[in-house]
Design a protein around this ligand. Structure first.
Ligand code: NAD
Ligand code: UFG
Length: 338
């Protein structure tokens, strides 16, 4: 029985594919390559020495997606596919609602129709909005500040309603904190289009000389050094959480929510220093105005994931910085023409 991996060619998807294949699981990838390249899957094959099926399919195309279910025995799904850029979601809300929600409707209808009622969904710490305190536990109030976050929260609620209507479902909602780093092989990693929106890809490009200077968005936050604090988690640790989540979904039904973070908060300046010390490279920076919508601090209490899934993060910030740097150095243009 195969696990369907939607968005498997993306940043987190490729790392999860590696962990699943190395654990001996059968996986099938569907991706429309709107934010990824097919060659990323070739790299997954190279790392693992294993083969798997992949389909260029858009989740919005119900008939094409159904064909994948007809041709394979699918038992469960890890649902990564979605658009994820916060800023773009404010410019193009309809694109985000349509892609993320309609894609999920089609997927869930087919998972139900073909009796594969187990799903692990990629949610985000963004569903906690501006948390009243840190660390954040799963029972904190939920709210969002942009259309991207809204799609995550809506999908969480849709999945909850699906289970309420049909108790055969197993739904595991993983709320990721800030995934960074790359596989130690240096073959797969994050490949942002154009100017990176997120901190680590930007730092990696400054450290390797592709960009001149990091702009640090604000130094007057209510944090230990005034710069924003986040819970950075190694993407390989994050990938492993999916394996634990699917193993549990194979045993129990219900809807469960898990914070997937390390429980440790680092400021932007902490990360700059850690990057320099882990890699020996220089990260030039300047302080600029705050980025609208950013919050002071966001880090997880990840105890539930440990207690229920038996998962906890193993890698530290040095590993994350070193692995990010190796990926960027070996692949200055990401996957290139792919
Ligand atoms: P990514 O963009 O690298 O991967 C997403 C993949 O989904 C891409 O390969 C893209 O081509 C594919 N995709 C998008 N829409 C599709 C569609 N309609 N049909 C088929 N494929 C489609 O992003 P990522 O960083 O790997 O994130 C994976 C998931 O985790 C996303 O749902 C994202 O919202 C969520 N998430 C990411 C972060 C983060 O910081 N990276 C944080 C929290 C949550
Ligand atoms: N930052 C800078 N300069 C940059 C980029 C970021 O100073 O060039 C700062 C931000 O102000 C913030 C921190 O670095 O304090 C982290 O910013 P990121 O953009 O890397 O990450 P965010 O915490 O803003 O958001 C990310 C994803 C969201 C997701 C959220 C929680 O982009 O989609 O993590 O998972 F919802």
């Amino acid at each position: 029985m195969a696990i369907l991996i939607t968005g498997g060619a993306g940043y987190i998807g490729t790392h999860a594919m590696v962990e699943f294949l190395e654990a001996g699981r059968e996986v099938i990838c569907v991706d429309n390559y709107s934010n990824s390249k097919p060659c990323a899957l070739e790299r997954v094959k190279k790392i693992t020495g294993k083969n798997f099926k992949s389909y260029e399919v858009d989740l919005l195309d119900y008939d094409a997606l159904e064909q994948v279910f007809k041709e394979n025995k699918i038992d469960s799904c890890i649902h990564f596919a979605g658009l994820k850029a916060v800023g773009e979601s404010c410019q193009k809300p309809l694109l985000y609602y349509h892609n993320n929600l309609t894609g999920t409707f089609n997927l869930c209808s087919l998972l139900s129709k073909y009796g594969a009622k187990k799903i692990v969904f990629s949610s985000s710490a963004t569903v906690y909005g501006k948390p009243a305190s840190v660390p954040i536990t799963e029972d904190f109030p939920l709210s969002t500040t942009n259309p991207y976050g809204e799609t995550k929260l809506m999908i969480e609620r849709i999945l909850k309603d699906i289970y309420a209507s049909d108790s055969e479902w197993s739904v595991s909602i993983l709320r990721y904190f800030n995934p960074i780093g790359a596989h130690k092989s240096g073959l797969i990693g994050e490949d942002p289009k154009g100017i990176p929106n997120n901190l680590l890809p930007y730092i990696a490009q400054v450290a390797t000389g592709k960009r001149e200077c990091l702009s640090i968005f604000g130094s007057d936050y209510n944090t230990h050094d005034g710069t924003g604090v986040r819970d950075y988690i190694h993407v390989v640790d994050l990938a492993k959480a999916h394996l634990k989540a699917i193993e549990r979904a194979e045993k129990v039904t219900g809807v469960e929510y898990f914070n997937i973070g390390t429980g440790v908060g680092y400021s932007v300046l902490d990360i700059v220093k850690a990057y320099e010390s882990a890699t020996g490279a220089k990260v030039n920076y300047k302080i600029v105005d705050r980025r609208p919508g950013d919050i002071d601090e966001c880090y997880a209490n990840p105890e539930k994931a440990y207690n229920v899934l038996g998962w906890k993060a193993e890698y530290g910030i040095e590993d994350m910085c070193r692995d990010s740097y190796r990926w960027q150095t070996n692949n200055p243009d990401g996957y290139g023409e792919g």
